[in-house]
Write a protein that binds this ligand. Structure first.
Ligand SMILES: Nc1ncnc2c1ncn2[C@@H]1O[C@H](COP(=O)(O)OP(=O)(O)O)[C@@H](O)[C@H]1O
Ligand SMILES: [Mg+2]
Length: 305
């Protein structure tokens, strides 16, 4: 990788050649290559602007007024060429972002479909079980019917749990009432199933864009699943905060914690998937945790105007 000074010198040479009418297309190709060099060195548009500006100052001394005006116009074309690798990268980012959003939307639709299937099919199957059960019990002498009240009660419990799971999978409450009520519903279910005390506090403000609400809901869902699976926590707090241009969600547990730097290469759809999904809607995820210290996930999302 050439040193920054070498790049700046090469830029000045190519710019001089081009603006003096010597380099032609080849000098423009140099401009493009120099832009790429700066880009692949991890530098950005500001560095190019700086290099260009210094080169212009150096050239401003040469020639008479008419020549200078002509050269300034040529320098403008040269700069655009040097910037075009950045433009292409930006376009690439936008396209992959759009693709990511598309995939997330498909996933959501599929989840919605599964939630409906689970809800409806399970409901129908259980209804059939009730009918069969009642038929069988009806043929028994009254004295032997007693134990089947327990079976009925257990079935009612299964039905309730299945309905709840299907709602959590894709809560209509999220579409109808927004993030906080949906999080409360989710928290209530986890609390019942795993015996972890979960408090939901604060507010995300007025309704957020649907894709962001969904991404935050999915993040909380994964965070709570992780807590239930890995943390051994007894208490969790989900806190929502909002300001004019941003919304923040924090999920904190008092569990055993972990070393976040150790899970970077984890295959998981879990934290890695959460981070990617959030990127697609202008969100960032920060993980604060250490063994013995509990875990805090902090999500910050910027609202586009
Ligand atoms: N709240 C938490 N408490 C303790 N450990 C956690 C917590 N969240 C995540 N982890 C750790 O981080 C790892 C990665 O999590 P994740 O990406 O969701 O994958 P998975 O849940 O499939 O293992 C987990 O395997 C676990 O070791
Ligand atoms: Mg997980």
């Amino acid at each position: 990788m050439p040193a920054p000074e070498e790049t700046a010198d090469a830029y000045l040479r190519a710019l001089r050649a081009y603006t003096e009418g010597r380099g032609g297309e080849a000098a423009l190709a140099d401009a493009y290559e120099l832009g790429r060099t700066v880009l692949s060195a991890g530098a950005g548009v500001l560095e190019i602007a700086e290099i260009h500006h210094r080169a212009l100052l150096a050239l401003a001394e040469d020639g008479d007024d008419v020549q200078r005006r002509r050269r300034m116009a040529a320098a403008g074309r040269f700069l655009l060429e040097a910037l075009s690798p950045f433009e292409m990268m930006l376009r690439g980012f936008r396209e992959s972002n759009a693709a990511l959003r598309g995939i997330n939307e498909q996933l959501e639709n599929e989840t919605r479909r599964l939630a409906h299937v689970l809800h409806d099919e399970a409901g129908q199957m259980l209804a059939a079980v009730y009918i069969a059960l009642d038929g069988a019990v009806g043929r028994l002498p009254a004295a032997q019917r007693e134990p089947f009240t327990t079976v009925r009660a257990l079935l009612a419990g299964v039905e309730g749990q299945l309905r709840r799971l299907s709602h959590e999978l894709r809560p209509t409450i999220l579409d109808d009432m927004g993030l906080r009520p949906a999080l409360e519903y989710l928290a209530e279910g986890i609390q019942q199933r795993y015996g972890i005390a979960i408090a939901v506090t604060g507010s995300a403000g007025p309704r957020l864009p649907p894709a962001l609400e969904t991404a935050l809901y999915r993040a909380a869902q994964e965070a709570l699943n992780n807590i239930a699976k890995h943390a051994g926590a007894t208490q969790v707090r989900i806190e929502l905060q909002h300001s004019a241009g941003a919304v923040e969600m924090t999920v904190r547990d008092n569990g055993k914690g972990f070393e976040p730097s150790q899970c970077h290469h984890n295959h998981g759809l879990g934290l890695a998937g959460m981070r990617e999904r959030l990127h697609g809607v202008g969100g960032e995820l920060a993980i604060h945790s250490a063994p013995g210290e509990g875990t805090e996930l902090r999500i910050h999302a910027t609202l586009s105007a």
